[in-house]
Structures are given as structure tokens and as C-alpha cells.
Write a protein that binds this ligand. Structure first.
Ligand code: IPE
Ligand code: IPE
Ligand code: MG
Length: 240
């Protein structure tokens, strides 16, 4: 099945929301929603290879999500660990490099180990990049970039006049990623929830009422088709 799109977005970032609501509707515990969500991740990584999307960034756990009940957090961390153990094969098959952004130091040791192992194993893969946003918060990211700018000024390797958009962007977790072209959010909420606030400045936003466990290649394709019909102006006048 080859369905590569003529002009797919280079970078798609997804706020994977609605696992809990999906589970509740099925009369299941929330963790079952997260398990079903992990299946969606597998499908969408696959679909990216098929549709020609080179960069996929998934919001998997926010800094604010640490405030969830400890049991849910522990279960999410275990799922993440399992995901890392099981998905290496798919990433290798599709020649995808794994990347992670966020305050990774806060993650439990087995998750950090799993991340390092898969990132190391896939470091030379070059057809695509899967970035997991884990313990990620955009404001914390921007604040830490500002701190690093201040440190560089204090060390004398940077002058205040040299602080511009590029200098700040170079100190974000996403320094070596292009900005997202398209941000998808599942489960209907019209908000960014502290995700890529700087990087998504000119991203197109696409929201579906379907929950993350229901998100599949067909719906993804629909998002990409809708994206393809939008006119991105970047503040300029419409194309003549
Ligand atoms: C998204 O689903 C997964 C994470 C945020 C980790 P939710 O767990 O937020 O599901 P809802 O929003 O409660 O339905
Ligand atoms: C956003 O979902 C974070 C992730 C998808 C990881 P949330 O469920 O945490 O967002 P809010 O609380 O509805 O804004
Ligand atoms: Mg939610």
C-alpha cells in the first residue's frame, strides 16, 4: 500500500488526548485507554512512513501530568518502558531515529535507560525522526533557554546584542528540529496545553473530536489533506 502524499507537511506534532474518556466510554479503567493509545502511536508512526511525513513529535507526558494520581503516573511510566522495549524493531524497519524532549531527568531510571538504549540504537537512521515529548512543558523549556542565554552572556561568549530569535531557538530542546507545520489535537479540546508554544507560532492547527485511541491512518490522512488545502500566509498578503 503506497499512499505518499504530493506535499505532506515536514513536521507533524500531535497532542494525544482523550485516552481517559475513551476508556470511560468503554467502561474500562483509564490505564486501558493509555494502552489503546500506545497502539495508536504504533499505527501513526507507520502511517508517517507511508505518507512521507519526516518528523513526528508526540506529546506523551506533560510537566503538568506529574500532578495526576501517583498510580496513573506509575502506570504511564511502565507503559512507556514497555513501548521502548517493543517498538525498537519498527523504528529500525522504517529507518526512524528516536529523539526525546522535556525534563528527562525527572523520568524514572528504567524509562531513561530505555530511552538512551533506543536513541543510541537508532541514531544513524535517517528516513524519519520520532520525537517523544516527555515531562515536557513549553514554558519551562523557554525559561531554561533564557537561563542558558544568561549563562553565556555571563561567561562572555555571547553579548546581549546577539540575543535574537535564532539564539533562543538554538537553546530549546528542539534546536535540531524544524518547526512543526501542523499540530493535531485529538478529543476536541481547543488548547495547546503548554506544547511547543514557541515552535508552533505559525503551525496550522487541526482538531478532531475523536479520541487518541480512535485515531487511525484514515483520520490522519484527512488531517493531512485538510492541511494541504490551507493557505499558509506567514503574515503576508494572499497569493495572487
Ligand atoms: C492523554 O489522555 C494521555 C496523557 C495526557 C498522558 P488523557 O489521559 O488526558 O485522557 P482524558 O483527557 O482524561 O480523556
Ligand atoms: C495534554 O493533555 C498533554 C498530553 C497529551 C501529554 P492533557 O489531558 O494533560 O491536557 P489538559 O489538561 O486537558 O489541558
Ligand atoms: Mg486529557
Amino acid at each position: 500500500m503506497s499512499a505518499s502524499l504530493p506535499h505532506p507537511p515536514t513536521h507533524v506534532a500531535i497532542i494525544m488526548d482523550g485516552n481517559g474518556r475513551w476508556a470511560r466510554r468503554q467502561g474500562k479503567p483509564r490505564i486501558e485507554g493509555h494502552k489503546a493509545g500506545a497502539e495508536s502511536v504504533r499505527r501513526i508512526v507507520e502511517a508517517c512512513s507511508e505518507f512521507g511525513v519526516r518528523y513526528l513529535t508526540l506529546y506523551a507526558f506533560s510537566t503538568e501530568n506529574w500532578r495526576r494520581p501517583p498510580r496513573e503516573v506509575a502506570e504511564l511510566m511502565r507503559l512507556l518502558e514497555r513501548f521502548l522495549a517493543e517498538r525498537l524493531e519498527d523504528l529500525e524497519r522504517h529507518d526512524i531515529r528516536l529523539n526525546a524532549i522535556g525534563d528527562l531527568e525527572r523520568l524514572p531510571l528504567p524509562v531513561r535507560r530505555g530511552l538512551s538504549r533506543v536513541m543510541e540504537a537508532t541514531r544513524d537512521n535517517s528516513s524519519g525522526v520520532l520525537t517523544l515529548a516527555l515531562s515536557y512543558g513549553s514554558r519551562a523549556e523557554i525559561a531554561s533557554a533564557a537561563r542558558r542565554l544568561a549563562e553565556d552572556v555571563a561567561k562572555g561568549v555571547l553579548s546581549p546584542e546577539q540575543i535574537d530569535e535564532e539564539a533562543l531557538a538554538a537553546r530549546l530542546y528542539t534546536a535540531d528540529l524544524p518547526d512543526p507545520d501542523l499540530v493535531i489535537r485529538t478529543a476536541g479540546e481547543m488548547r495547546l496545553s503548554n506544547f511547543l508554544l514557541w515552535q508552533a507560532s505559525y503551525a496550522e492547527i487541526w482538531v478532531t473530536d475523536k479520541t487518541w485511541p480512535e485515531f487511525d491512518a484514515d483520520l490522519f490522512r484527512q488531517a493531512l489533506d485538510d492541511y494541504g488545502r490551507r493557505e499558509r500566509r506567514f503574515g503576508k498578503v494572499p497569493n495572487a
